[in-house]
Design a protein around this ligand. Structure first.
Ligand SMILES: *Cc1c(COP(=O)(O)O)cnc(C)c1O
Length: 370
């Protein structure tokens, strides 16, 4: 009964058993090595390289700084255009701007909310330097087509894979698809280090450059500051949380899958409700459960309000679209992105986390369907 009245948020951070984390951090009291690429950091980089099936992983204090560093490490000409989508978290667009580059907005496709490759090529100009697509909600972009276009035009390809941790396409880990891919390990993500993130890459030249970006310009050698890098190092306590989290990841993913399957069972076929179809060949991490309301008895905001009245707090991910942000309205060309505008106005993401009871999923669905 008590449980029924506890507020339910869109996500709830996973934690390992307290004793497990204590055991993991015990070494730190012996080494007194709290940050700056210590034992836990090394162990986590190695474990993640295996998990994400990538030759190189560089950890960061958070996903946003990882994305900024990935863009800086490409050494692109200042002001160069980076084609991206506006249906994403603020971080994606802000990272481009903060790295001294110019976002150009490509529309999304409504089947999975990722970059529409049919519109991508038409946006390429002589100023285009890179493409930055987003695997929104863990839905994978059309990675083959986007790679073809990037190669045909000699453009760098950086993925915002913040939502795509651990996913595979036809057996290939998602980190393989960009020159660089960023994953976020924020507390609310599928896998987390409290705050944290990483960049994965195949070409080892990026290793030194990313090291410089996260550690004041030091690229391995002592006393040689080779670029004006900032500070974005992951500390040992974060890395220890990641080492614990990895042990529980598979179990958590199965629990998420069960929640997602229950939503799908209850909500598919309801007139006025559209769900994303599972993508063929994709091993999903079930990061989010987006639902599009159009022609339903309530509009999206009405559904959110009905849920909130019952202490269920779904989120309007992603509203507003980043190309309509107040900070960009007067400074950037917002492009022509009708699908992104439509999605921002009609999509709600429902609560989804491993220990969300299926009975609560049923209750949420009953509130929605009325
Ligand atoms: C979470 C997120 C980020 C930023 O990651 P942080 O670790 O929170 O800094 C970037 N892009 C997307 C799409 C995200 O969801």
């Amino acid at each position: 009964m008590e449980q029924q009245h506890r507020p339910i948020f869109v996500t709830r951070s996973s934690l390992p058993p307290f004793e497990e984390y204590l055991a993991e951090i015990r070494d730190i009291w012996e080494s007194r090595w709290l940050t700056n690429m210590g034992e836990k950091h090394r162990a986590l980089e190695q474990a993640l390289a295996e998990k994400l099936e990538t030759p190189h992983v560089t950890l960061f204090a958070n996903g946003h700084l990882a994305l900024e560093a990935a863009l800086r490490a490409l050494r692109l000409p200042a002001g160069g255009q980076v084609i991206t989508t506006p249906f994403t978290f603020a971080s994606t667009t802000h990272a481009i701007v903060r790295a001294g580059l110019t976002p150009v907005f490509c529309d999304i496709r409504l089947s999975d909310y990722t970059m529409d490759p049919e519109q991508l090529e038409g946006l390429i100009t002589e100023k285009t330097v890179a493409i930055l697509p987003v695997h929104v909600y863990g839905n994978l972009c059309d990675v083959e087509r986007i790679r073809q276009i990037a190669d045909a035009h000699g453009l760098k390809l950086v993925y915002d894979a913040a939502h795509a941790f651990g996913e595979r396409l036809n057996g290939t880990g998602v980190a393989a698809f960009g020159d660089l891919s960023m994953f976020s390990f924020h507390a609310t993500k599928v896998f987390h280090t409290i705050e944290g993130g990483c960049v994965c890459f195949r070409d080892e030249v990026y290793g030194r450059l990313l090291d410089g970006e996260k550690n004041f310009g030091l690229m391995g050698g002592e006393d040689r500051y080779e670029c004006p890098g900032g500070n974005a190092k992951m500390n040992e306590f974060q890395a220890a949380m990641g080492l614990c989290g990895l042990r529980h990841l598979d179990e958590n993913t199965s629990l998420r899958a069960a929640v997602a399957a229950r939503y799908r069972e209850r909500l598919s076929g309801v007139p006025g409700i559209a769900l994303c179809a599972p993508q063929p060949g994709v091993e999903s991490n079930h990061a989010y459960f987006p639902v599009l309301f159009d022609g339903f008895r309530l509009d999206r905001d009405g559904v959110a309000a009905a849920l909130a009245a019952e202490q269920v707090f779904a989120r309007k991910y992603f509203y507003p679209a980043t190309n309509t942000f107040a900070c960009y309205r007067d400074t950037l060309d917002c492009g022509h992105t009708p699908n992104a505008d439509y999605a921002a106005a009609h999509v709600l993401t429902l609560p989804l986390y491993p220990d969300l009871p299926l009975a609560e999923v049923d209750r949420i669905c009953r509130i929605i369907t009325g």
